[in-house]
Design a binder for this molecule. Structure first.
Ligand code: PLP
Length: 457
C-alpha cells in the first residue's frame, strides 16, 4: 500500500453503460400512481412530461443500459472525476481508517447533477423536444440542465425557489449564461403560482412549489415543452451510477475496497449514483459494505418520515409514489442552510432502507459545517453544504475507528463544491446557524394530508 493521494482514470474509462438497480432489487417495485385517480399511471400520463425513452428506463429490468455516445462525449469534458485519498484529513483526525472521496465538484457547474442533465437533454433532443421546464432550489440542478440544454439546442425555463433567487443570484446568472430563462417561484407564469401569490405575495417558495410550477408549465404546453427532474426518479438515479462505476475501478487502483460507503441524501440521486454499484456487489457477490445515506436533522425524511404513498410535489399534481416522506405539505425551516430540502426520498432508496440494505442517519447543521471547515482546512476543497453531511458521517466513522483501533476503509461522495455557498459559510463563521430538529408532531400533522391510497392486494 503506497500513500498515493489521487486515483485518476483517463477519458477512455468513462463508463459505457449505466447500472440499473431494478435488475437486482431484493423487494418488488411499488406502482407509480396518478395524482388524480390514485390508480397506477399509464405511460400516456407520463409521456406528457417525459420522452418514452426515459419512461422506459424507469421500468426497465435490464441490468446494464448503454450510455449513448453523444452523452459519453459530453461526459468526457470532465469525467472520469478524481477519486482522492484524504490522507491529510486522516492525519488531522489521528484515525487508523483510510478515507477516500469521489470528487463530483469537478464538473463545469460544480456538482454531480450534469450526469443526468446531459442524458435527459440527449433523450429529449432525440425525441424532438424543443423546450424544457424544470425547478431548482439553490440552483445546482438548474445550472446543470441549463448547460445540458445549451449543448443540445433546447430552450429551458427554470422555476427557482424565490428565497434562493434573491439570496443566491449568481447561480441564476450561470443559467442565463447558458441561455436559460429563470423565474422566481411562485411566479406569474403558472395558474398555481398566481394562486399562491394572491394568497401570499411575499411567499418564499419551496422546492415542492417550484416542481408544481415546472410540471404545470410542461403539462399545459400542448406537447411543446417537456419536464426535466434533478433527483428522486429511477432514470435520474440510473444516470448517476457513472459515479460509483468509476469509483469501483479507482478503488481497485488504490488496492482497497470500502467497508463503508457514504453519501448525502436529498432526493437520493448522488447517494444512489455512488452507492448502487457497491450495493450490486453486496447483492450479487456477497460483499458486505455498509451503505449510509446522510440527511439533515431539519429535513429528516428517512429517519423521521413515514414509508408510505405521497405526492411528489406540493400541489398534488406530480405522481404519487411509495417513499419515506415528511408529507408533501412540508416547508423547510428558515434556519436551515444546508440544502437537501425535499420532503420525500427516491422510491428505490426508500425501499432499500425499509428492507435493511441501506442505513440512514441524520446530522445537525452546526456539526455539519464544522466537518466542512475541518475538511477544507485539511484537504483544501470547500465542499457544498449538502456534501458536508456525508463528510460529517465519514469523520464520525473515522473517529469511531480511532476509538476501536480498527483500520476500516471509508469512501464518501463529495457531490459538489461550495463556491456559491459562502453566505451559508459566513453565517456559520458568525455563529448565526442554529441546530433544529424537525419535530415529530409536525410529521404527524402532515400525515393527515396523505393521499388516500387503496390498492388491490
Ligand atoms: C442537489 C445536490 C444534492 C442533493 O441531491 P441528491 O439528489 O440527493 O443527490 C447533494 N449535493 C449537491 C452538491 C447537490 O447539488
Amino acid at each position: 500500500m503506497s500513500d498515493r493521494t489521487r486515483f485518476l482514470l483517463d477519458e477512455t474509462k468513462v463508463p459505457k453503460a449505466w447500472y440499473n438497480i431494478n435488475a437486482d432489487m431484493p423487494v418488488p417495485p411499488q406502482p407509480v400512481l396518478h395524482p388524480g385517480t390514485l390508480q397506477p399511471v399509464t405511460p400516456d400520463f407520463l409521456s406528457v412530461l417525459f420522452p418514452m425513452s426515459l419512461i422506459g428506463q424507469e421500468v426497465s429490468k435490464e441490468r446494464w443500459i448503454e450510455i449513448p455516445e453523444p452523452v459519453r462525449e459530453i461526459y468526457r469534458l470532465w469525467r472520469p472525476t478524481p477519486m482522492c485519498r484524504a490522507i491529510r484529513l486522516e492525519k488531522a483526525l489521528g484515525t487508523p481508517a483510510h478515507i477516500y472521496y469521489k470528487y463530483e465538484g469537478a464538473s463545469p457547474v460544480g456538482s454531480h447533477k450534469p450526469n443526468t442533465a446531459v442524458a435527459q437533454a440527449f433523450y429529449n433532443k432525440e425525441a424532438g423536444t424543443k423546450a424544457m421546464t424544470t425547478e431548482t432550489g439553490a440552483g445546482q440542478w438548474g445550472t446543470a440542465l441549463a448547460m445540458a440544454c445549451n449543448f443540445f439546442n433546447i430552450d429551458l425555463e427554470v422555476y427557482m425557489v424565490n428565497v434562493s433567487y434573491h439570496q443566491k443570484p449568481y447561480r441564476r446568472v450561470v443559467m442565463e449564461n447558458y441561455g436559460s430563462k429563470v423565474f422566481a417561484s411562485p411566479s406569474r407564469q403558472t395558474a398555481y403560482g398566481r394562486k399562491l401569490l394572491a394568497q401570499d405575495p411575499g411567499s418564499q417558495g419551496s422546492l415542492g412549489i417550484a416542481i408544481s410550477e415546472a410540471v404545470e408549465a410542461a403539462a399545459s404546453s400542448g406537447g411543446k415543452k417537456k419536464y426535466g427532474i434533478g433527483s428522486v426518479l429511477g432514470h435520474v438515479l440510473l444516470h448517476q451510477t457513472v459515479i460509483g462505476l468509476e469509483s469501483l475501478e479507482q478503488m481497485e487502483l488504490a488496492g482497497e475496497y470500502p467497508d463503508i460507503v457514504i453519501g448525502c441524501a436529498g432526493g437520493g440521486s448522488n447517494f444512489a449514483g455512488f452507492a448502487f454499484p457497491f450495493l450490486h456487489r453486496n447483492l450479487t457477490q456477497g460483499n458486505r459494505t455498509r451503505l449510509i445515506a446522510v440527511e439533515p436533522a431539519s429535513c429528516p425524511s428517512l429517519t423521521k418520515g413515514k414509508y408510505t404513498f405521497d405526492y411528489g410535489d406540493s400541489a398534488a399534481m406530480a405522481p404519487v409514489v411509495k417513499m419515506f416522506t415528511l408529507g408533501h405539505t412540508f416547508m423547510p425551516p428558515g434556519i436551515h442552510a444546508g440544502g437537501l430540502r425535499y420532503h420525500g426520498m427516491a422510491p428505490s432508496i426508500s425501499a432499500l432502507v425499509d428492507n435493511g440494505n441501506i442505513e440512514a442517519r441524520a446530522v445537525n447543521q452546526i456539526e455539519t459545517f464544522e466537518a466542512a471547515v475541518a475538511f477544507s482546512r485539511a484537504e483544501g476543497v470547500i465542499p457544498a453544504p449538502e456534501s458536508a453531511h456525508a463528510i460529517r458521517a465519514a469523520i464520525d466513522e473515522a473517529l469511531q475507528c480511532k476509538i476501536d483501533g480498527t483500520k476500516k476503509v471509508i469512501a464518501f461522495n463529495l457531490s459538489g463544491h461550495g463556491h456559491f455557498d459562502m453566505g451559508a459559510y459566513d453565517a456559520f463563521h458568525q455563529g448565526k446557524l442554529e441546530d433544529y430538529a424537525y419535530p415529530e408532531s409536525m410529521v404527524h400533522e402532515a400525515m393527515q394530508h396523505l393521499p388516500n391510497v387503496t390498492l388491490p392486494v
